[in-house]
Design a protein around this ligand. Sequence first.
Ligand code: FAD
Length: 310
Amino acid sequence: PVRVSRRCGKRPIRVSFEFFPPKTDEAEEALWDSIHRLAPLGPDFVSVTYGAGGSTRERTQSTVTRLVRETALQPAAHLTCVGASRDEVDAVVRDYAAAGVNHIVALRGDPPGGVGAAYAPHPQGYQSTADLVRGIRDVAPFDVFVSAYPEKHPESPSLDHDLDVLQAKVDAGATRAITQFFFDNDVYFRFLDKVRARGIDIPIVPGVVPVQNFKQTAGFAARCGASVPNWLAERFEGLENDPATRRLIAAAVAAEQVIDLLDRGVRDFHFYTMNRADLVYAICHLLGMRPQAAEEGAEAGEDASASLPL
Ligand code: FAD
């Protein structure tokens, strides 16, 4: 198969895609169009988020089970423990085990008052994410993924405290961490150094958010403690009424970020797709990913041209 030269001699690139459960029939159609567009790239897994406070429980479960039923993709179901008893959480986990789901992204979740409000675990619930990871693994041998925060979680007193929490999640059985999104790759690499200095050796997969909508992304970033560099704001300046140019800028920004991560040794990428495929598809193409069918076509094309006299 044709591969970009960056892949030669290196560990293959693995990508994963994150989706959120749709609210309307129209959104559901858009989601499945995106899934069908991205699936041929052969992602390692695709994850489906769990709405704040478990508000999308049924929709997350039905999206995940549809992925199992109708595709060859490996779904990873996000699951939070905020506002739920252990029995309620365990029932969801058992349903996933019965449906043939192998991966769960285990999270604490935000307090009902939103980011910044005081967090209190449910009295009969899992007391921490590490506790949740252990509980999930007690139900079935799931591959459990967790979060990591290169710029520190907004509630955390220090990055060191975050690393203690990450260590506890790994000790409880987490096999991979997915980071909150970031725009300055140095922030990720500094964090990675600190994680490795602690002896934590699970993959710390960078979460990449293509900026499909700058205003919306800046709003998310403010809520989750990710910083938005001035240069990024400047690149989108004056384009509020120019969606076509915004899309081109978004592609350039995301390409710059992932190619730099790739050149600095990253091989696993998690994309926050916002249920839209085009930009993520293009970035994966830049990373050298090719859909199965197109690869076969490309090979056939190559063979044909190879037989022509030059
Ligand atoms: P943890 O890893 O348990 O903790 C994160 C940090 O918060 C800790 O490092 C610690 O410093 C601090 N902290 C936690 N508990 C305490 C405490 N009791 N006292 C003081 N400090 C504390 N949310 C959803 O609702 N649904 C989703 O599907 C979802 N998916 C996500 C996916 C990814 C990849 C990421 C990065 C986040 C996601 N979130 C999701 C958001 C997440 O639920 C929030 O960031 C939440 O506030 C923390 O959950 P966590 O599992 O990351 O927490």
